[in-house]
Structures are given as structure tokens and as C-alpha cells.
Design a protein. Structure first.
Lengths: 293, 355
């Protein structure tokens, strides 16, 4: 803070700080406080607002506990998001390792380009591309049938489609932190491990992964949060049997007309995600400041 | 148990660069063998070919008379000590030492015991549960050695492991390495660019320059009888005066230089009528005048180095003079700015053909 004032002078620094404060208050704090306020109050007709029934209670939150369909979808969203993070990790780790330790400068540039270019396109459109690819009479099924692998088209939409689209959408958020972490590993550590007779598996589990732990935890946190809060992929690629919790929240707001219950659901999702993230970071012994880097 | 290491005409080409060409030598089992050369001379490439990190583009590596072609570092009876040491920073000292045993599937309790034995060998008992980051440079050095010895290699490869240490510690570690080598009997192949390190520790030394092997000899022979001009200049300090060899007789070469006719032992390639150079070690020059082999030079400065003083000057043909005078006879050292004469004994100079 003192550094800021020294560099830009009192006037400019005060302007900067005020703008940041206003941003935080208006864009972060106020909406969240309003959401909490909504979540804790009953859904009343306009006439009853401020009346004797307009009291704070946990009724909207406990409703989720009693509503078995929503509850099941809620927990499924949590574990499915964890599964998305895990699958994304399994896809990204070998690529990140190759890019960080094995690729030549030229190969690295090309790989980076290939991975980043799709992200120039909007997430909705990328998901739509999966929608087309995985369609019942779409290209993937015709290829599989053409090669004689299946006789009839497979219905990909549902859990499998959602998983594929999400893994694809969040690759970068997993790949880059892991790449950064592995890149800083001294090549001679890998050579020493091999020289001492360690198998590839042993080298990765004992040398590379412990070294890259902070990057891996960061990737898990990013991917998990994005997956749990995702709306596009489940709504486009999901089926009635693969509903995501965000869709339920959406429905309370825009179809059920019950903003209070929607806010309560959103609050529960937020709190649980935060708890899972903090526990993950604690287990990996990484703090939030490292993740921000 | 230790093995011999034989290189048979090995060469290594990276792209268009010939890093090592046609190097052959045999390291005896249980020998302390050094490969000496300036940076970029190909010595590290040779070590990495012996370790199996890279495969030679031509020639063969034999360890214990067994051809190592195609075998990776995990399949060879060698262990390497890296320049950076490459200790695993997130494992404790004992886990580091026992890592190779862990890789071989040895049960934990047994590993721990073996690690403790090795800690005792390197005089670090009780340090097993520390992290490598908590140790001093010399201690880390010893842990790296213990980690390599834990897998009971028959050949230990050392890639300039002392270069990061300060002078005092380096000298101490030299003795310790030497001692460890004698006690374990393992073949040591030691890479260094520091000639005093190579001379002090090794049974034999191979000198490399630009990917080409120059000479393989005992330290004493290397110093007294360099086979090539490169070895004469690179190993130890020397005074080099070039001229024409006029006579070679009974192992004594006569060379006519710009500073007069000088005599020295006839070395490699010295033949009558060829261009050659006479190499005289600084300690061979004494500030006295004799009938033959006397040189005079303009004295520029005298550097007092402790046990001796190094006199720097310039000969009349522009060549540099370096003469060392023991501190006990410092009174005989000439004053800077004066002219002084030095002489040397014929047997303390060597004449080699140029090129």
C-alpha cells in the first residue's frame, strides 16, 4: 500500500483505491449479500413483502434437504464435477509432462498453439460443436457404424456427452498450472531417478507429481469449480437423466419464479464448492495465494 | 565388486556437431580415472554415453567386458553423481539414499537399515530424517555419493561434483572421495575441468580437447611427458618457446628459438628439421645463470601466492615468462621492472613437434 502511494502520489493512489473498493463493493460484495438475503427470506407476493410473514429463516435451504430429486442431483453434480476434474487431469498430465520436459522449443510452440486456438472461440460454440459431433445421427456415430464397430447409433448425449464437453472445455485450466509446475523440475532429477533404477511409474509418483503438487491442486480447483458451475454443457449435451444442479437453480429463477429458493440453492452450491476447494488445498498443502499465481 | 569400462572408437554427433570422435581407452576395475578438459571438450558427453543417457552414434561401450549397446541408465551397473547433485528435495535424506533400493522393491525396514549404514559410511549418522535443503553443501555432496553407492554400482560416474563447493571444502572432499574410492573399491570415472583436482585424485587421467582424446596417463607422466602441445599447455602452467628442432640425439632435442639454442628432452614427434616448441615448467626455472639453457626476460610483476611466488615477465620475442620461486628463497626473486636471467636443467624441459 505504501509502495502504491510512493509510486503514484496521494491523488492518483486514492483514485485507484476508491475504484477498486467500489468495484469490490458493487460487483462482488453487494450481489452476494443480496443473494444471501434472498436465500433466507420466503417467496412472497409483492403485497406481503415487509409484512408479518417476511422473516428470516432457513426454510429455503432445508427444502433442498427434503426434496429428494434435487438432493440427488446436487450430490451428483458434486461428484461428477470431481470426476470431470479427475478425467481432465488424466488427459492433461501426460501432455503437460511431454510439453514441459520432452518437447523441443518448436514442438512446444506448436503444441501450445494447438491447445490455445480453440479457446479463441466462445465456449457456447465449442459446446455446440460437441453437440453436432455427438448427435444421434451425427459424424461420430456414422464413423463408428461405417467402421463396423457398432450396428446402431449410440446415444452419446447424457452423462458421457457432458463429461466429454467439460473435459474439453477445461483442458487449459488444468494443463497450464501443471505445465508450469513440471517445467520448473530440474531435468537431472528425472535422470537421477532413472539412473537409480526407478521405473517410469515410480519416477512420476515419487519425483514428478510431488514436485508438481501445487500445480495439480490448482488445476483440480479450477476445473472442479468451473464444472460445478457449468451451465452450457449440461443444458446442451445433457439428457433428462443427467441434469446438473445449475439447471435446477436456473429453473427456480426463470421458470419456477421463486428467486428465493433459487438463491438458496446457489448459496448451498457456493458454500459446498468453497469447502471442497479449501479442503483440497489443505490436503495438498497449497495456499490460495499460490493458486492465484 | 567393480568392473572395467572400455570405450572402443566411440563417437557422438549431435546434428552436424561432432561432439566426440573416435575415443578409445580402457579404465581398469577399481581404478580412479579422471577425464580432464576445458568445458565443451566432450567429456560430459562421454560420461553420459557410459551412463547410458545417450547412445553413441558410433563405437561401443563395454562395462565389465559386456557390450552396453541399447541399454538405458537403469539397466547398467553404473551410478551417476550429477553436477547439480540432483537430490530429491521433497524426500528426507534417508529416503534419498534409499531411493534406488525402493525402486528395486526392497521392504521399507530393510531400506532404512541400509540407509543408516551408508549414513555412517559418510559420517552423517543421525541426519536421516532431515531434508536435503537443511544440509550444508559438503553434506549434500556426501548424501549424493551415498545415494549412488546404495545401489552397489560397480562403476561410479562423477560429473564435476565438487565444482559448486568453496576451495577449502573442495580440497577436503577430494581426500574424502579418494578415501571412499579406496575403501569401496568401486571404479570411479571422474569428470573435471580442474587440472589440480584431476592430478591430485586420479590413478590415471585422460585429457580431452575438442572431442578428441589427447592422452591417457598417470598424473605424473602427464605432467612430465605431455604427448601433445595441448596437454603441455593445459595441464599445469608452462613456458612455451617455439623454434626449429636442429638435432635429436640420445633423447635430447636441440631447438633453435628466437632466444637462442635450448635443450630439452625429446618428446612426442620431435624430429630434426621440424617446427617444434620447448615447454618449461615454472618451477624448473631458477634465477641463476648456467652455460646452457639460460633465458633472460623483462620482469613485470611478482605474485606472492603463499608457498611460492610467481614471477611474471616477457621474453624478448614477446612470449610470456612464468617462473615460480619457493617462498623460502623469496630473497632471490628479481625486482619488477628489471631484467633477469633464468636457467633450467635439460631434463626439466620437453620439446614437442608443433601441430
Amino acid at each position: 500500500m505504501g509502495d502504491l502511494f510512493n509510486r503514484f502520489g496521494t491523488g492518483l493512489s486514492t483514485v485507484f483505491l476508491t475504484l477498486v473498493m467500489l468495484w469490490l463493493a458493487g460487483m462482488v460484495l453487494a450481489p452476494n449479500l443480496m443473494m444471501i438475503d434472498y436465500a433466507l427470506r420466503p417467496n412472497l407476493p409483492p403485497a406481503a413483502l415487509g409484512g408479518p410473514d417476511d422473516t428470516y429463516s432457513l426454510a429455503n435451504i432445508t427444502y433442498l434437504a427434503t426434496e429428494s430429486v434435487h438432493r440427488v442431483i446436487f450430490f451428483k453434480t458434486i461428484w461428477a464435477s470431481a470426476l470431470v476434474a479427475l478425467v481432465t487431469f488424466l488427459v492433461c498430465y501426460p501432455i503437460a509432462f511431454w510439453m514441459a520436459q520432452r518437447a523441443t522449443t518448436g514442438q512446444l510452440a506448436i503444441a501450445m498453439l494447438l491447445i490455445i486456438i480453440p479457446f479463441f472461440i466462445n465456449e457456447v460454440l465449442r459446446t455446440l460443436a460437441w453437440f453436432i459431433l455427438l448427435a444421434y445421427r451425427g459424424p461420430l456415430n456414422s464413423v463408428l457404424m461405417g467402421m463396423g464397430i457398432t450396428d446402431a447409433p449410440i446415444r452419446w448425449q447424457g452423462d458421457g456427452g457432458v463429461l466429454a464437453a467439460m473435459v474439453y472445455a477445461y483442458i487449459l485450466f488444468m494443463l497450464l498450472p501443471i505445465f508450469n509446475a513440471i517445467e520448473s523440475l530440474d531435468r537431472s532429477q528425472l535422470e537421477a531417478s532413472r539412473d537409480l533404477g526407478a521405473s517410469r511409474w515410480k519416477t512420476h509418483t515419487r519425483v514428478v507429481i510431488p514436485h508438481a503438487k501445487a500445480g495439480i491442486a490448482t488445476g483440480f480447483v479450477f476445473t472442479f469449480m468451473l464444472a460445478a458451475g457449468s451451465y452450457v454443457a449440461p443444458s446442451l449435451l445433457g439428457s433428462p437423466g443427467s441434469r446438473w444442479f445449475t439447471e435446477i437453480i436456473y429453473n427456480w429463477f426463470f421458470e419456477g419464479g421463486d428467486w428465493n429458493r433459487g438463491a438458496a440453492y446457489a448459496l448451498v452450491l457456493l458454500v459446498l464448492c468453497l469447502a471442497i476447494v479449501l479442503v483440497t488445498l489443505r490436503i495438498a498443502r497449497v495456499n490460495l495465494a499460490d493458486v492465484a499465481k | 565388486m567393480s568392473h572395467s569400462v572400455e570405450l572402443a572408437d566411440i563417437g557422438m554427433t549431435f546434428g552436424t556437431t561432432r561432439a566426440v570422435s573416435d575415443v578409445s581407452f580402457k579404465v581398469q576395475a577399481g581404478e580412479f580415472f579422471s577425464i580432464l578438459g576445458p568445458s565443451g571438450c566432450g567429456k560430459t558427453t562421454i560420461l553420459r554415453m557410459i551412463a547410458g543417457f545417450i547412445q553413441p552414434t558410433d563405437g561401443r561401450v563395454l562395462i565389465g567386458d559386456r557390450d552396453m549397446v541399447g541399454l538405458g541408465p537403469d539397466k547398467r551397473p553404473t551410478a551417476m553423481i550429477f553436477q547439480s547433485l540432483a537430490l530429491f528435495p521433497l524426500m528426507t535424506v534417508w529416503e534419498n539414499i534409499a531411493f534406488g533400493l525402493e525402486a528395486r522393491g526392497m521392504p521399507r525396514a530393510e531400506r532404512r537399515k541400509k540407509a543408516e549404514d551408508l549414513l555412517q559410511l559418510i559420517a552423517l549418522d543421525g541426519y536421516g530424517d532431515r531434508m536435503p535443503g537443511e544440509l550444508s553443501g559438503g553434506q549434500r555432496q556426501r548424501v549424493a555419493i551415498a545415494r549412488a553407492l546404495a545401489v552397489e554400482p560397480s562403476v561410479l560416474l562423477l560429473d564435476e561434483p565438487l565444482s559448486a563447493l568453496d576451495l577449502k571444502l573442495r580440497q577436503h572432499m577430494r581426500a574424502e572421495l579418494r578415501d571412499l574410492q579406496k575403501r569401496t573399491g568401486v571404479t570411479f570415472i571422474y569428470i573435471t575441468h580442474d587440472q589440480s583436482e584431476a592430478l591430485a585424485m586420479s590413478d590415471r587421467v585422460a585429457v580431452m580437447s575438442n572431442g578428441v582424446l589427447q592422452q591417457v596417463e598417470t598424473p605424473r607422466q602427464l605432467y612430465d611427458n605431455p604427448a601433445t602441445p595441448f596437454v603441455a599447455r593445459f595441464v599445469g602452467e608452462t613456458n612455451a618457446l617455439s623454434g626449429t628442432i636442429t638435432q635429436v640425439q640420445d633423447g635430447i632435442a636441440t631447438i633453435e628459438t628466437a632466444l637462442g639454442v635450448l635443450h630439452g628432452r625429446a618428446g612426442h614427434g620431435a624430429a630434426t628439421g621440424t617446427q617444434g616448441t620447448i615447454y618449461i615448467r615454472p618451477e624448473a626455472l631458477t634465477p641463476t645463470v648456467t652455460a646452457a639453457n639460460t633465458l633472460s626476460a623483462q620482469i613485470q610483476r611478482v605474485d606472492f601466492e603463499g608457498s611460492f611466488a610467481l614471477v611474471h615477465g616477457q621474453f624478448d620475442d614477446g612470449a610470456a615468462l612464468a617462473a615460480s620461486i619457493p617462498s623460502t628463497r623469496l630473497a632471490e626473486a628479481p625486482e619488477p621492472g628489471t631484467r633477469a636471467s633464468f636457467s633450467f636443467a635439460t631434463e626439466h624441459a620437453v620439446v614437442l613437434a608443433d601441430g
